[in-house]
Design a protein around this ligand. Sequence first.
Ligand code: SF4
Ligand code: SF4
Length: 250
Amino acid sequence: MGSVKEYFSSLGSGVLSLLKGMQVTGKEFVTPKITERYPEDRETFKWPERFRAILRLKYDQDGNHKCIACGTCERMCPNGTITVETKMVDTPAGTKKKKLDRYIYDLGSCTFCQLCVTSCPTDALEFINDFEQSVFTRDKLVKKLNYLPEKPEPELTEEEKAKLAAEREAKIAAAKAKAAAAKAAREEGGAPAPAAKPQAEDPAVAKALAAAKGDPEKEAKIRAALERAAKLKAEREAAKADNNSDKENK
Ligand code: SF4
Ligand code: SF4
């Protein structure tokens, strides 16, 4: 009698568990799907908004980018992923100007921290979500991001050239006059010694800050990015030193 009771009790619990399982399956049948059927759904694929796949230089409709070749992003990058190669070009005004020659980016070493993007003073960089970057060798991950030829400097009119030349000459004359006046005052012995120059900042920091052109918001942004990059580097070096000492101890 006891075994018949056990038989029906286990049969009942088996049917119950079957119904529970079917309830879960039935619910999943009607729940909207969140998985992607890549690559079948390549055309309708939806990326998360903050997904970062590869860095690129922003280009406007006329084929111009905003990079001024200041090198801030290169200095900010904790992995040495970016190399900014520059060249000097002659401007129509008769002066020299530093311009971007090649912007080299190694996707293979990028950790997508976005320090380069946030520290750029001209907002010239962005991350896009083009994730299909598979290649057979690592060297193919090294990319040149400035893909369009640089546009030549706009030609100046004769009037503008004359104005620029006059301004340059006036500046030179004013500087010479100032220097001569200071020298004369020193020779007379009445002038105070020139004030000591303020303590210079780290040249790399000063160079990075120069790109902000005195804009306090950009300067703050660059300083914050510099600090973060230095912290990241220090952490990496400490981790490396720990690894080395572990190896030596073994
Ligand atoms: S920080 Fe911006 S402007 Fe400066 S080199 Fe990099 S991309 Fe160009
Ligand atoms: S995202 Fe980070 S690691 Fe990648 S290039 Fe920019 S600064 Fe370097």
